[in-house]
Structure formats: C-alpha cells, structure tokens
Design a protein around this ligand. Sequence first.
Ligand code: NI
Length: 186
Amino acid sequence: MILPIYLYGQPILRKKTKDISPDYPDLKILLDNMFETMYKADGVGLAAPQIGREDRILVIDLSPYAKDDPSFMGYKKVFINARIIERDGEEANVEEGCLSVPGIHENVPRKNRIRIQYLDENLHPRDEVYEGFRARVIQHEYDHLEGIVFVDHLLGIRKQMIRSKLNKIIKGEVNCSYKVKAVSKK
Ligand code: NI
C-alpha cells in the first residue's frame, strides 16, 4: 500500500523514534508499504517517521544509482532498531534531497564511514561498516530516526536562503508527483 509522505513541518519528523519489539504486529506489511511508498516517490531511502510512525526503522534501495555503480543494483536493505556507533573517515559535502522536503537540494557535510548495529528484516542482529554513498544514504535516513532533517545541517546563510521554500512546504504549497501530508493545506 502506498502511504502519504509526511512533509517538513510535521511534528512526527521531529520526534526521536522508539525501538520496536520482536513481536511487532505486521512488520512485513509495514516494510512492504515503506518500500512501495519509496519506489512510488522515486526515493532511495525512507524512514518510518516519513510515513507518520515513531518506529526506529529505515529502508534503502540504491538500485536507481546502478548506472553510476553497478554494485547498487538490487542493493535493498532494512535497518531496524538501528544505532550508528561510530562515524569516521573524511568529511565530504555532497548534494542531498529528501522526500519530506520536496524541491530543495543542498550540500550536506557527512563522514565517509559509519559502523551501525541493527536488526535486519528477519530480526537478525547485524554489526556492519558502510562507506561512501551507502554511508551517506544511511546517515540521511538515520537522521530521521533522531528527529533531524537534512536542512538542519545547513549553516546560517544557506538556511536563510531556503527559508521561504520551507515555509511553503509547511503550508502545503508543493508540487509533488507522490501523495503527501502537509501540516496545513491552503
Ligand atoms: Ni529524508
């Protein structure tokens, strides 16, 4: 089922998510819905708060970037109850966008390497290191689990320049090809 994506300004995007319990009802359905919603919106990552849930879950599928790197084809992953426990390596500034912040693309500084502990879709514990683009996408989605949106990383002047666009998103004045849920509709 395709779900509406919550837009910037929605309080759920500012909440710190909670771990799910092993007996979480209909986990498979939730994960399927997250992927379906993400694909419909042409995203490569989605976090549960973006569909209005406080669950500590994020999903990614880097297949759309397979033209840049063939190893991204079918690179589909689920991260449940995730915790990034280390970030290191070089810091790079790379342009990002977000399904919850349509129409805004800005460079965001992030570390090149992370170590993350999580449960996979079968609730098996994992402890892995990711680098480069994988680490970037995971960090972007992980931010959502902590109530952080990528524009929060922008410094004063850049932030001021997008302020009016953000205000439009808050008012629901967006042009999206996918279903959204804004704070207020005009
Ligand atoms: Ni995002």
